[in-house]
Write a protein that binds this ligand. Structure first.
Ligand code: C2E
Ligand code: CA
Ligand code: CA
Ligand code: CA
Length: 275
């Protein structure tokens, strides 16, 4: 045993060692995930609250590894960030999703593409330039791309992040505030940053049957509309939730009630059916 401070003794802890091993495996496997083609993208439709017509989709990252099986994004995305790999992976996500979405727009008409952006990507001074160059190279209209930025990203927002947000905005890209209502000062971000869309977090949607939450949702939606933002609700799972959100005049809905996140070919099939 090793002494640390006065009375604390650090003993060998097999559970902690197992955890450290798992982390090392995760890291070493993740280093090769992109080149080995283990990463893929799924697209979850966002539907108009009135009429359920598909208006766009959110692209979500998936990782399947031979040793580890399927690993959930909240487990591996922070590791991509700490390993410094999120920049390259983020660029691959954008490039791949823009390529698909461009074809869908040509074959099936108007479509909005929403892409999640990590705080680490926004801290890269070249981020906005890279996004705008990708748009130009693909010939994808900037107005049809929406970048989703979480409240936690804005909390730790520095000069570089601000400059990126400003440059993207001036380039015509749309910005969404993601997981709205889960942070500490959601309201102050709304007027500080040039958002186009407000995404109500799933935690509010889950509890809409409680009066208090319904009133909160009503106010979030009307706040969004007052600021001329589109309002999207995520995690809609039941008819009852849909009905309430429609009555509250939420613009777009996203959730398992309508569609799960779909592989590209299945998303295109759903798009063709919308007519
Ligand atoms: P998020 O941006 O809030 O994404 C929504 C999550 O809710 C997705 O989980 C989606 O599959 C899930 N979801 C959608 N509809 C429903 C529903 O009706 N019920 C329930 N229970 N869940 C629903 P996923 O794909 O596991 O992603 C989790 C988080 O990982 C995302 O949360 C996002 O923060 C992050 N993430 C996923 N893909 C990317 C990516 O490409 N880049 C970055 N930077 N982060 C990503
Ligand atoms: Ca999101
Ligand atoms: Ca979200
Ligand atoms: Ca969320």
């Amino acid at each position: 045993a090793k002494f640390e401070g006065r009375n604390r003794v650090c003993r060998y802890d097999p559970a902690m060692e197992a955890e450290a091993d798992a982390r090392i495996t995760l890291e070493s496997e993740l280093h090769r995930a992109l080149e080995r083609g283990e990463l893929s993208l799924v697209y979850q439709p966002q539907v108009e609250a009135a009429g359920r017509r598909i208006a766009g989709c959110e692209v979500l990252l998936r990782w399947h590894n031979a040793k580890l099986g399927t690993v959930a994004p909240p487990r591996f995305i922070p590791v991509l960030e700490s390993l410094g790999l999120i920049g390259a992976v983020g660029e691959w996500i954008l490039q791949t999703a823009l390529h698909h979405a461009k074809q869908w727009r040509q074959r099936c008409g108007e479509l909005q593409l929403a892409v999640n952006v990590s705080s680490v990507q926004l801290k890269d001074a070249n981020f906005a330039a890279t996004v705008l160059a990708l748009l130009q190279r693909t010939g994808f209209p900037p107005r049809a791309l929406e970048l989703e930025i979480t409240e936690s990203t804005l909390m730790e927002c520095g000069e570089t992040t601000l400059a990126n947000i400003d440059r993207l905005k001036r380039g015509g890209v749309r910005l969404a505030i993601d997981d709205f209502g889960t942070g500490y000062s959601s309201l102050s971000y709304l007027h500080q940053f040039p958002f186009d869309t407000l995404k109500i977090d799933r935690s509010f949607v889950q509890n809409l049957h409680h009066n208090r939450n319904r009133e909160l949702a009503r106010h979030i939606i009307s706040l969004g509309h007052t600021l001329r933002l589109d309002v999207v609700a995520e995690g809609v799972e039941t008819e009852a939730q849909q009905e309430i959100l429609r009555k509250l005049e939420c613009d777009l809905l996203q959730g398992y009630l309508f569609y799960r996140p779909l592989p590209a070919a299945q998303f295109e099939a759903a798009l063709r059916q919308r007519g």
